[in-house]
Ligand binder design. Structure first.
Ligand code: TF8
Length: 338
């Protein structure tokens, strides 16, 4: 009796849909997709890459296989971007800051102290302004799918606690390969050295540089605490990551295949932001337990830092153009007014 009912229901559903189950009807081919990223497998980036892979498999009935390859085994962010542009690699996730050489507008997200919270960043990144920037990638050979959270960046170094602007003086700091970051830390008085992330641990270990800046999550997952003593809570900028596809490759996909990737990307984004925020909440205590000496920076000193690096905004405005700059400012104002 029970079985009959189920069969009847199944038959009805079948009849209503008219045709075979969806995954079979959809125009999806067997595909192997290389998805590169720079952090370790055991990191917020690695965990979300796995969620993306699982979602793609689920939505494509196992036909589309994501091979997630971490620890920069496919190259640094910039090398992977070039591979995507040339069609030699299908997908990646990396910092928007490393895209500025290709798409100057991406410098918008390098604006110091732009966002006050992760939730504020979500609204801007997922809204019109975020989309405007994603569209700028199109004629550069890249397709932007979604933004993930890298997070608010904090400063670490092996020399001394940084509590005032003056403490940056002469510190050899690794910065991302991007003129805005270079300029920002030069203005603070540091000796800024652009390096790919993949070379960072060794550079810290060999004291080629004294310090670096990244979110708590990364300081933890990349084990920077092994080679860095001091952590200053500066929260000087919020960094997004962006999930990218090769445009050359994307153009060969069917609408159904693109739909699978977009849906999976959104699912991975929602997972990633939650996971990252949960990890960040606990990370500081863990870093202390690993022996890092943590110092807050007083609101007055943060204000001095803000003033010192303010001229950087002019350069960013030039990079992004008035339309995008204004769109972000207006949207932020609207959010803050509630
Ligand atoms: C950095 C970024 C890194 C990213 C990552 C490797 O410091 O914060 O998180 O580049 O994709 O380079």
């Amino acid at each position: 009796m029970k079985i009959k009912t189920i069969l009847l229901a199944a038959g009805l559903a079948f009849g209503l849909q008219g045709i075979a189950p969806q995954a079979q009807a959809a125009d999806i081919q067997t595909r192997l997709i290389r998805f590169g990223y720079g952090l370790n497998q055991d990191s917020n980036q690695g965990r979300a890459a796995q969620v993306f892979a699982d979602e793609v498999a689920k939505l494509s009935d196992g036909k589309m296989k994501i091979r997630a390859i971490g620890a920069a085994a496919l190259g640094s962010d910039i090398q992977m971007q070039q591979a995507l542009i040339g069609g030699a690699q299908e997908m990646m996730v990396g910092s928007t800051a490393t895209l500025v050489g290709i798409t100057p507008e991406m410098a918008m997200w390098d604006t110091p102290f732009l966002f006050n919270s992760g939730e504020e960043a979500d609204k801007i990144l997922d809204g019109r302004a975020g989309q405007m920037l994603i569209e700028k990638l199109d004629d550069k050979g890249l397709v932007g799918l979604v933004y993930w959270e890298n997070g608010f960046r904090n400063l670490t170094n092996s020399q001394r606690p940084v509590t005032r602007v003056e403490d940056f003086d002469g510190l050899k700091l690794r910065v991302m390969q991007n003129n805005i970051f270079l300029d920002t830390f030069q203005r603070l008085g540091a000796n800024a050295v652009p390096l790919p992330f993949s070379e960072l641990f060794t550079a810290l270990e060999t004291k080629t540089v004294d310090g670096q800046e990244n979110p708590y999550n990364t300081i933890l997952s990349s084990k920077f605490y092994e080679v860095q003593k001091y952590l200053s809570v500066t929260n000087h900028v919020y960094s997004p990551w962006i999930v990218l596809a090769s445009k050359q490759w994307w153009d060969t996909l069917s609408a159904d295949e693109r739909d699978v990737l977009l849906k999976a990307a959104v699912a991975s984004r929602d997972f990633e932001r939650k996971d990252t925020r949960q990890e960040a909440e606990k990370a500081l205590a863990q870093l202390k337990a690993e022996g890092m000496q943590v110092n807050e920076v007083s609101p007055e000193e943060v204000e001095r830092m803000r003033e010192t690096i303010k001229p950087v905004n002019e350069q960013i405005k030039q990079n992004v153009g008035p339309a995008i700059w204004q769109a972000v400012q207006n949207q932020l104002k609207a959010i803050r007014q509630g």
